[in-house]
Design a protein around this ligand. Structure first.
Ligand SMILES: *Cc1c(COP(=O)(O)O)cnc(C)c1O
Length: 353
């Protein structure tokens, strides 16, 4: 497909790499492509970053027909720019879209437009240690009809934001509250899809946890509040008595690419990893018996985030003296090493742009 390119005539001043936050400043351009049932995907273009014009009746505003992705472009020591397992994000975008009845995007086309966009914005990939260019592809239904109906029109957009290191003052283990009322997702619902609605459903518990001084909540299953699913917007892993356990992908858990990479990495190194059902009781019992060695969340933004404390039914349990564990640190070093091109990519996970 032809991608029309319209370069900005007023390039922005790049922000100071020392003060970068997360998703606050955006690059000069954005990618856009339209879908209609009749024409399929068409009108692909990279244009100056700016507001979208949509009908107030657009389906996305009323019925939440939206899916998104989150990934990063990294600056290597040689000054090159690379992506990490981008095809995984593209496949997940299509799986999410399928769940919400949004149109599919051909995988090769999606990779082509993504790499073209990153190429145009290459100068925006910061070089300072720990920084990257965060990419946010999203797909929305734009039909201007309030009646519930199949989606006929959609828009695919990619925006980009230079982001700072997640860990400005070293990796600090976080305090997590186990949520026993609200649930994020249920089996048969949209838990495995990266859709905005899942986040909207998470807001209340996250706000409550924050008010009580916790960074995030640990989500339990939607039926029995018995099985562990995720932590905040990250997947979760536990090292219990030498063995790593992580919740199985049963439909309510988001299939994280960091999760998958942690599993691949650990297995390649001979570490026992089990994707299984994990009950909250099992974790609390392991904590009481001193057998819960490490716990961490994993996702693109933080890579890994050690859990230093778990609070359940009003009781606080400290993990590993509130310090980062050896395996958590190792996973962080290995994954970031590959992502930023500082370590050999034995798995062929990176793609130079
Ligand atoms: C995006 C996301 C993750 C992490 O996925 P990555 O591909 O590793 O970034 C985990 N849980 C939820 C709910 C998410 O939205």
């Amino acid at each position: 497909m032809d991608i029309r390119i319209e370069k900005t005539t007023s390039p922005k001043v790049h922000p100071d790499p020392n003060t970068l936050g997360f998703g606050e400043v955006f690059t000069d351009h954005m990618f856009m492509m339209d879908y209609s049932k009749k024409e399929g995907w068409h009108d692909a273009k990279i244009v100056p970053y700016g507001d979208l014009v949509l009908s107030p009746a657009a389906c996305v505003f009323h019925y939440g027909a939206e899916v998104f992705e989150g990934m990063k472009a990294y600056r290597t020591p040689d000054g090159d720019v690379q992506l990490f397992r981008p095809m995984e994000n593209i496949r997940r975008l299509n799986n999410s879209a399928e769940r919400l009845c949004l149109p599919q995007i051909d995988e090769d086309l999606a990779l082509e437009v993504l790499t073209k966009f990153v190429e145009i914005e290459k100068d925006w990939v910061p070089a300072k240690k720990g920084t990257s260019l965060y990419l946010r592809p999203f797909l929305i239904a734009t039909d201007a009809k309030l009646g519930l109906h199949a989606i006929d029109e959609a828009k695919y957009v990619i925006i980009a934001s230079p982001v700072g290191s997640y860990y400005k003052e070293g990796i600090n283990p976080v305090k997590i509250m186990i949520e026993t009322e609200d649930v994020r997702a249920v089996r048969g619902g949209t838990g495995y899809a990266k859709c905005g609605g899942n986040y909207a459903a998470s807001n209340r518990a996250a706000a409550k946890a924050e008010e009580k001084g916790f960074s995030q909540v640990l989500w339990l299953d939607g039926v029995e509040r018995k099985y562990i699913e995720e932590v905040g917007a990250m997947n979760v892993m536990f090292k219990i008595d030498g063995k790593v356990k992580t919740p199985k992908l049963i439909g309510s858990v988001l299939p994280g690419i960091t999760r998958k990479s942690c599993i691949d990495l650990m297995k390649s190194e001979g570490q026992d990893v089990e994707e299984t059902f994990i009950t909250v009781d099992e974790v609390i019992d392991a904590l009481k018996a001193g057998k819960l060695e490490e716990a961490w969340g994993c996702g693109t933004a933080a890579v890994v985030s050690p859990i230093g404390l778990l609070s359940y039914e009003g009781v606080d349990y400290v993990i590993n003296d509130g310090k980062i564990g050896e395996l958590t640190q190792h996973l962080y070093d290995e994954l970031t090493g590959i992502q930023w091109g500082e370590k050999e990519d034995k798995f062929g996970w990176t793609l130079k742009v």
